[in-house]
Design a binder for this molecule. Structure first.
Ligand SMILES: [Fe+2]
Ligand SMILES: [Fe+2]
Length: 272
């Protein structure tokens, strides 16, 4: 059981920010913008999957999950709201979110199926967010040149993703979810996540007019595949998911807890 706290982030998301808010770097800004564009639709899907999974539990098991599910829903609802505000600025900058509508269409295909399907998908995506979050917290200095309030937004989101990474997973197995189904959806989720993030990043760069600049590609190559690159450093953690005895808490690191402790001035705890 994880004790999940809902936090209200005390940052200004009203004031517009620079197009290249991520340290003046076109690639990094476009890449993070792409991720943010997937959140409102994606996180609503996770919320619904977890809620429906919870409802499908026998009553005696619900009590065990009730508080954790409430915390999960509260955290994801806050993320999607703040990223909605962030995305509003991207729209003003002329960027177009193609990922969200595409994901919505795909979600329709599994409507009405056993809730364990949506939960297995959520579990897979939550593994992605957890390893990306962990990478970001470990390499937080790579965000040093970024607009400070946005740096806080991304690290806060990362810290909470790391905190609630076991919720969907535990619920899936409490509902009798199988190992094979978990992996089948993870393979698909990996394909869709990588192609979606690539397509949206390219789309953002195209609209920004920086797609065909040499420095954009140079930055992309080092950010993804360089020594501290996100794909290079996350590959091993991604692969762990295929183990039969995998559990998200095995990849526990206290980076999340440490960030939350030393940045408490940036948020207030809801209901405290
Ligand atoms: Fe989230
Ligand atoms: Fe999450």
């Amino acid at each position: 059981m994880t004790d999940l706290v809902v936090r209200r982030l005390l940052i200004d998301l009203e004031t517009p920010f620079e197009r290249h808010w991520h340290g003046g770097d076109a690639f990094r800004s476009a890449f993070f913008n792409a991720l943010s564009m997937s959140f409102p639709v994606g996180e609503q899907f996770f919320i619904d999957a977890v809620r429906n999974g919870f409802k499908a539990l026998p009553l005696h098991k619900q009590e065990h999950f009730r508080k954790e599910v409430q915390g999960f829903v509260g955290q994801e609802a806050t993320h999607r709201r703040l990223h909605g505000l962030f995305n509003g600025h991207l729209e003003q900058q002329g960027l177009q979110n193609a990922w969200g509508p595409r994901a919505l269409k795909r979600q329709k295909l599994i409507e009405g199926l056993d809730p364990r399907h949506a939960l297995a998908i959520t579990t897979g995506y939550e593994h992605f967010t957890a390893i990306f979050a962990d990478w970001m917290l470990r390499n937080h200095d790579l965000l040093d040149g970024a607009e400070p309030r946005l740096k806080t937004l991304w690290l806060w989101h990362s810290a909470e993703e790391s905190e609630h990474k076991s919720t969907a997973f535990d619920l899936y197995y409490a509902l009798g979810g199988s190992h094979d189904r978990r992996l089948a959806w993870f393979r698909r989720a990996t394909f869709f996540f990588l192609t979606d993030v690539l397509r949206q990043t390219m789309n953002n760069l195209q609209r920004d007019g920086t797609l065909w600049q040499w420095r954009t590609w140079k930055s992309g190559a080092s950010y993804l595949f360089g020594k501290r690159g996100v794909l290079r450093q996350s590959y091993r953690a991604w692969r762990e998911y295929f183990r039969k005895d995998f559990h998200p808490s095995q990849q526990e690191s206290d980076l999340s807890r440490r960030w939350l402790e030393s940045n408490s001035r940036n948020f207030s705890v809801v209901g405290a």
